[in-house]
Each structure stands twice: as structure tokens, then as C-alpha cells.
Design a protein around this ligand. Structure first.
Ligand SMILES: Nc1ncnc2c1ncn2[C@@H]1O[C@H](COP(=O)(O)OP(=O)(O)OP(=O)(O)O)[C@@H](O)[C@H]1O
Length: 297
């Protein structure tokens, strides 16, 4: 659905935000996972035609199978695009229904009856129908994000980009929001950028891990997890000995369990006495890739 080739971007301050990013993004949910500053927003903004890369290409498959040049044919891309930016702001004194109606006009839905049907349908789809007359300023974070998805879906986009949408949502709102995205992903390509590993584990059939402008891994989460089989080991240690373990081993993560640090270590063999093998998960994959990159630097 979307092919990205060798996209690079260096900002005026010298930061390499994108370093030859190459990705193939199919229909369905695609998780773009990376820590803060990885370059996710730079990539999302580039695909949303809001900023220019220094070099590289990107092509989107159009409704009749035609190739749309994302970097050159911006209007054609925008007609196929729904975008929920990281800092999506709403007018607090306006109702959801009125603002969505307003966005629909901007999106070119000129026929009044058709527009009303679209707005109603979207408010129902994102479960805000009962709250449609309320001012957006009274909405919870999750409701605001669901409103953000409604505006992104105006005009039946084939590509939906959502940038860090679950940050700051409580678990219930987060689940609700992710379920909504999964439903949308049945028909179109949805790129979900996030630094929350579970967002990707729970619902993305394909994914990429990104850091410092580079793609460190791309593929199916299950394959990446499978490749780490029998190479992740766990041990409970003390706070005092933790730095020694970190010096001797590739420590992927440290978690306090009952006040004691429990470490996950990446190693082809049992690192030493007292370590037990654990089934790897996507968090192990994520940290292993970040550690490998740090070592190579
Ligand atoms: N307009 C800009 N000018 C200069 N540097 C920038 C600009 N925008 C982003 N950066 C820098 O580029 C790098 C990548 O930023 P980007 O926002 O793309 O990352 P991110 O993965 O989306 O992280 P976050 O979740 O914090 O937004 C960071 O080091 C950031 O400080």
C-alpha cells in the first residue's frame, strides 16, 4: 500500500531525524515503535506531506491501483490521507458535532445531506454520538482522541496516520481507542506511531522499530519474538550488584518486583548460575535492537 525508500532528513541544527528509512507498509495496522526522538513524527509528517525530506521516495497505492508519488503529488496524497497529529488541538467551546461538520466542509463535502450523514456515521463509529452536543473542552483525553480519529476518517482515506495517540490515556480509554483503530485497519492502512510496546504487541500484524532516525527491524512481531527464542534469561539481583551485571552482560531491561530488581539478559547461552530461561516478548526484542544499535555506535 505504501512503499518508502531511503528517506533522509537532517534538520538545520544538524540532527539526523531520518537516516535512509526504507519500509513497506501493507493494509492493516502497522506499528512504528521507537523511543522519544527516534524520528517517528518526522516520518509521519513527511508522509502526511507536511514537511520535505532531503532525499528518498515514497509511493502510495491509489484507489485504482495507481502509484501516487507522496513527495511530489501532494494534493493526490491528501485526498487519500487521514492524519491525527501528536498535538491535535480542538476548539474547547465548540461541540463535537459542529467541529466535525466544519472539518467536513473543509474536506470538500459540499452536499449538505451527504455531509450530515457522514458526520453522524462517524460520530457513531467512534462512539461519541451521545456526547455529540457537548463542548470539546469537557471531553476526556480518550474522547478527544476518538474525536481526532473521526476527523481523520473524513473523506474515506486509504491511509490513516496516527502519531502517539495513546500517550496519556488511562488503560480503559487506551483499549477502547486501540479497538477502534483495529476496526478501521480492516479496510485501510493505519500507521500507529508509539513508544508503548504493548500497543504494537496487542494489535499490529506488522511493525518496525526505529531509533535515531534508523529502522532497526521490520516485519511481523511474532517472527521477531521467535528469533529471540532461548536467548533471553531472567534473574533477580540486588540493587548493589546491578551495575556489575550491566557491565558483564547485555541487560535488556530491569524491573522492580517486590522491591528487588529482576533483569532480562540477552545471551546465546545461560549467562551464569542462577539465570532462568524466559519466553521472549516484544519488549525484549525492542530493547535488544536498541542495545545492538548502541553497541554498534
Ligand atoms: N523542526 C525541527 N528542528 C530541529 N530538530 C528537530 C525538529 N523536529 C524534530 N527534531 C529533532 O529530530 C529528532 C527526531 O524527532 P521526532 O519528533 O521526529 O521524533 P519522535 O520519534 O516523534 O519523538 P517524539 O515522540 O519525542 O516526538 C529529535 O532529536 C528532535 O529533537
Amino acid at each position: 500500500m505504501l512503499t518508502i525508500r531511503e528517506l533522509s532528513k537532517t534538520y538545520a541544527n544538524g540532527v539526523h531525524a531520518l537516516n535512509r528509512v526504507t519500509l513497506d507498509i501493507p493494509r492493516g495496522m502497522f506499528g512504528l515503535l521507537g523511543p522519544n526522538g527516534a524520528g517517528k513524527s518526522s516520518l509521519m509528517r513527511t508522509l502526511a506531506t507536511l514537511q520535505e525530506p532531503d532525499s528518498g521516495e515514497a509511493f502510495l497505492e491509489g484507489p485504482s491501483g495507481e502509484r501516487i508519488d507522496v513527495l511530489r503529488d501532494k494534493d493526490a496524497v491528501r485526498r487519500q490521507l487521514g492524519y491525527l497529529p501528536q498535538d491535535f488541538g480542538v476548539y474547547p467551546k465548540v461541540s463535537a458535532e459542529d467541529l466535525l461538520e466544519h472539518f467536513a466542509v473543509l474536506k470538500g463535502l459540499t452536499d449538505r445531506r451527504q455531509r450530515r450523514e457522514t458526520v453522524e456515521g462517524l460520530l457513531q463509529q467512534v462512539n461519541l454520538w451521545d456526547a455529540r452536543k457537548r463542548k470539546l473542552g469537557t471531553y476526556s483525553g480518550g474522547m478527544r482522541q476518538r474525536f481526532g480519529i473521526a476527523q481523520a476518517l473524513l473523506g474515506d482515506p486509504r491511509l490513516v496516520i496516527v502519531d502517539e495517540p495513546t500517550a496519556g490515556l488511562d488503560p480503559e480509554e487506551r483499549n477502547r481507542f486501540l479497538n477502534l483503530l483495529a476496526e478501521i485497519g480492516e479496510n485501510v492502512a493505519v500507521i500507529l506511531s508509539t513508544h508503548i510496546v504493548e500497543d504494537v504487541t496487542d494489535l499490529c500484524p506488522t511493525m518496525a522499530i526505529m531509533n535515531r532516525g534508523q529502522v532497526l527491524l521490520t516485519g511481523k512481531p511474532a517472527d521477531a519474538i521467535g528469533a529471540l527464542q532461548a536467548q533471553v534469561w531472567r534473574k533477580q539481583v540486588t540493587k548493589a550488584t546491578l551495575p556489575d551485571y550491566e557491565a558483564r552482560h547485555t541487560v535488556l531491561s530491569t524491573r522492580l518486583v517486590g522491591g528487588h530488581p529482576v533483569i532480562h539478559v540477552f545471551s546465546a547461552q545461560r549467562p551464569e548460575e542462577g539465570f532462568e530461561a524466559v519466553a521472549p516478548d516484544l519488549e525484549d526484542v525492542y530493547f535488544q535492537r536498541l542495545r545492538l544499535q548502541a553497541k554498534a555506535a
